[in-house]
Design a protein around this ligand. Structure first.
Ligand code: TXA
Ligand code: MG
Length: 325
């Protein structure tokens, strides 16, 4: 659980023994330079050996990413992370507070051979996290090294939060694919930069601003680094139908993502009937996809409170609606 009691996906229990064999095959596929569909507690990732430039290049190819953006390196534990990245006291405190879990720390690279230049887009920094999903952790432990894994969607599409959605996006490009069930969090990890100066929030996510500030004090806003964070570009999370946010209700022909009490009806999907932000976050991407399949004139989305996890939900919704961030 997170410090505010929200589900950060850290407590998903032990891995069932019958899945160990599958895990071994996925680790072998990574070692052979293949791509692996990797469930995490946030969203499904498309994983590759971070040290292998050819494998990393295959990720960009499979996603159809327009340019080489830096990727997140996933590792089995904080000790491995601290060998790859140079962690100061603040980074160590954040790692201790939120790992395993949905926080990505950007820090100076300490071992460039562990996360190749292409994976870092040539930067002297590396984005690193220890995911909380037991299958992801088992694969990372079996593989041993760092695995870069962007969200498994093709570029510009909503991040997949179920195995079926992930497989439909990039499954055909993978040497192994693991079904880890629906993602508990449903939004990508929070990304913070721990470099010179105050800690900066580069991408709001499952670990909230308040949770971070409880550990490292007031955060600075992202500035130049935001340009390097493609998750912060307009239309990054867009479904096919246009998205209309802060809607009081659906217009004719629109699908509607409700939040809180709302009558059931055709084309209505309720992100959380009880108005629970964690539930809404977990449902967001899957419901955007489900609404899209109805071929509506637009997807109207109810106003979501901008507090706690709502900051990350609204960030993704504004991008889906095409507002530049
Ligand atoms: O929850 C997640 O983080 C998921 C799961 C699969 O772990 N992964 C994910 O990866 O969302 P991706 O590639 O879609 O987003 C990575 C984000 C981007 O916004 C990227 O710009 C930023 O991390 N990033 C990576 N390396 C960076 C660096 N060195 N400096 C600044 N931002 C960086
Ligand atoms: Mg993504």
């Amino acid at each position: 659980m997170g410090v505010d009691g929200s589900d950060t996906g850290q407590d998903q229990g032990e891995l069932r023994p019958d899945r160990q064999e599958e895990v071994g095959r996925a680790a072998d596929a990574l070692a052979a330079g293949g791509l692996v569909l990797l469930p995490t507690e946030t969203v499904y990732g498309l994983g590759a050996d971070a040290a292998d430039p050819a494998a990393v290049a295959a990720i960009f190819e499979a996603k159809g990413r327009p340019r080489f953006n830096p990727l997140i390196a996933h590792v089995a534990d904080a000790a491995i992370a601290a060998r790859i990245a140079a962690f100061d006291d603040r980074a160590s405190a954040l790692a201790a507070a939120f790992w395993p879990g949905p926080l990505t720390i950007v820090a100076p690279i300490a071992d460039p051979s562990a996360v190749c230049d292409l994976a870092r887009a040539g930067l002297e920094t590396v984005a690193i996290r220890v995911p909380g999903h037991p299958l992801a952790r088992a694969v990372l432990a079996a593989f041993g090294g760092a695995v870069v894994a962007p969200s498994a969607n093709r570029s510009g599409r909503p991040s997949p939060t179920t195995y079926a959605d992930a497989f439909a996006e990039t499954g055909d490009k993978c040497a192994a694919a693991l079904d880890g069930g629906p993602c508990a969090v449903g939004l990508e990890s929070t990304v913070v930069a721990v470099l010179d100066g105050p800690v900066r929030l580069l991408r709001p996510g499952a670990v909230t601003r308040a949770q971070l500030e409880a550990v490292v004090g007031p955060l600075a806003e992202a500035d130049d680094d935001a340009r390097r964070s493609p998750g912060r570009l307009a239309l990054h999370y867009a479904p096919d139908a246009p998205v209309r946010i802060d809607a009081a209700g659906p217009k004719d022909g629109e699908a509607f993502l409700a939040f809180g009490a709302w009558p059931e009806g055709e084309g209505v999907l309720n992100l959380s009937p009880s108005g629970d932000l964690a539930e809404a976050a977990a449902n967001l991407f899957a419901y955007l996809r489900a609404a899209d399949r109805l071929k509506p004139t637009a997807i109207a989305v109810a106003k979501i409170p901008d507090e706690g996890l709502g900051e990350a939900i609204n960030d993704r919704l504004r991008r889906a609606a095409g507002f530049v961030g």
